[in-house]
Design a protein around this ligand. Structure first.
Ligand SMILES: [Zn+2]
Length: 235
């Protein structure tokens, strides 16, 4: 990582994403790399992407089941330790207090050092679920997950508040953490190919993503990158 921050003490990285395949398109090279370093990786899947098709033979139920299976296979290929499906409505995400409660609870349970999500501040971002999950996650990390008077039912269940050290946004226009994925780029493609309902045989993936990853690494001393905007918090 390129910003000089010492992250050797960090143990747990938690991705919070809107749809199956969002973590892979944005971050599979980074996930694989961190997993190989022995870090614990948690994936919170807010929707199961059960409206993301043009295939009229599919129903939300059949598609949701398929996409959860695909996500679990992608996670296995990347070395993700745990996937949590929140099963919120695909296309219906609003960053309200109910969604925040669900994300706060996961942060308090898994106690991540870094939470990674969609950049909700990216101008003209198209997908409402991406904006909504980014916003709700941003608002969950600080101050909601860290202070016990927010959602006190959690404490009653034995779930303690938690202070996250950093939040990272993918899809940002102002990234400052560039991860060298040259050695895990092939794994990224393999993880994405698990999402058969979305990428088919994945024939074009390599070319398209290699170009994008090269572009992100253009000012770095390595060939292929994934990039994040980081916000650090006192804890
Ligand atoms: Zn998405």
């Amino acid at each position: 990582m390129t910003d000089g921050q010492d992250r050797s003490e960090y143990q747990t990285y938690m991705w919070v994403v809107a749809h199956p395949d969002d973590a892979e398109f944005s971050s599979a090279g980074t996930i694989t790399k961190l997993s190989r370093q022995g870090k614990r990786i948690i994936l919170i899947q807010v929707t199961s992407g059960n409206r993301g098709t043009t295939d009229r033979s599919q129903t939300p139920e059949t598609l949701g089941t398929t996409r959860e299976k695909e996500q679990l296979e992608a996670a296995r290929r990347e070395g993700i330790d745990e996937v949590v499906f929140l099963r919120q409505g695909d296309g219906h995400i609003v960053p309200d207090i109910d969604l925040r409660e669900k994300i706060v609870k996961q942060i308090r349970i898994h106690k991540p050092d870094v939470v990674i999500t969609h950049d909700p501040f990216r101008p003209y971002a198209m997908h409402p679920d991406h904006r909504g999950v980014g916003q709700a996650t941003h608002d969950s990390v600080y101050p909601t997950a860290r202070d016990h008077l927010y959602f006190p039912d959690h404490l009653a269940e034995g779930i303690e508040p938690h202070k996250t050290a950093e939040i990272w946004y993918f899809g940002s226009e102002a990234p400052d953490v560039f991860v060298d994925i040259t050695d895990t780029f092939e794994n990224k493609i393999e993880a994405l190919k698990a999402h058969v309902s979305q990428v088919g045989d994945g024939a074009k993936l390599d070319e398209r993503l290699r170009e994008r990853s090269r572009e992100l690494a253009k000012d770095q001393p390595f060939e292929l990158a994934e990039a994040f905007k980081s916000v650090k918090m006192n804890r």
